[in-house]
Design a protein around this ligand. Sequence first.
Ligand code: BMA
Length: 366
Amino acid sequence: MKKINWIVGALAFIMGTTSCNQAPAQFERTPETEALLANLKQIPSTGIMYGHHDDPLYGIGWEGDPGRSDVKSVCGDYPAVMSFDVGHIELGKKQSLDNIDFDIIRNEIIAQYERGGLNTISWHLDNPLTGGDSWDNNDSTVVASVLPGGVNHVMFMQWVDNLSDYLNSLQTADGTKVPVIFRPWHEHTGSWFWWGQDLCSDQEYKDLWLMTYDRLKQNGVNNLLFAYSPGIEPTTAEEYLMRYPGNDVVDILGFDAYEYSREQYLESMSRSLRILDEVGKANDKIIAVTETGFEAIPDSTWWTETLYPLIESYPLAFVVTWRNAREIDNHYYAPYPGQVSADNFVEYYNNPRNLFLTDISGKLYN
Ligand code: BMA
């Protein structure tokens, strides 16, 4: 044991002294994850993948029906990207914050991988200081409390360990780990989450990201690409990058933007896309609209007359719309059969530049 430690130490010393300006060690990714990273860079030359949060879990008027998806019911194909949330995995709970069994989420993540699609995961975790939820933003010492030396540091590391176990458990029957895009600490340029703009300093935010990244790495989680996704608050590339934790710990750049009025959406999307494109090119990163949508899609031509014209000229890998809640009235962001924008969604689907599962299956992991 001692001897091995000594050899490892000596090797680390030699490597440290032979290469200068070495970046922090990166994840040793699985081959499938490495292939995904390379393939995602090629996606924009063919089009933009469409994604939907919680797509196969539930929809309008149903929950847990095998193979069902509101998107598929409307256009005949699954989304290329499925987004999931692992809020409450940190607590060791059986169910997520949206009351879905983590075992079911795991099965759907594996199923989406096996049919050739992409998965992305967000984390609406609880507030570790107050015991409230992600949106409990009354205390601005929460981030500091989980950093080294903070009163919640030890507990928080356990939370990341619980998350790590789950991410490591995303495996097919033959033991292949499913690559996922992990999107932690999102919308941090707003102040509605406990890790938001007014709730911590720039340095505390970066430290939070790096600490999470390092712990996942130590725990052997090697099936992740990392996505950085502020909200629409940044007005310049500098502001977008104000809390950026670094090119070696981020693979995908994005932002989250919602429509509340058409004018506001056109303005914020145009600005955020311009900034994203600029920062993406400067840092050689994949870019994506990590969350978007118009709640209850009351606009019958939203897909082809609002969303598509905004995104079409940008080299985006994907655009994800939020969930079709089965438990909250009018909280949905993809159409279902009969919904007012359903026909228009089929038109969006028929545009060969909008990529769904059958367009990308077989092209992401090898
Ligand atoms: C929000 C809403 C909530 C949900 C949360 C996490 O935007 O959809 O109802 O709990 O996302 O999925």
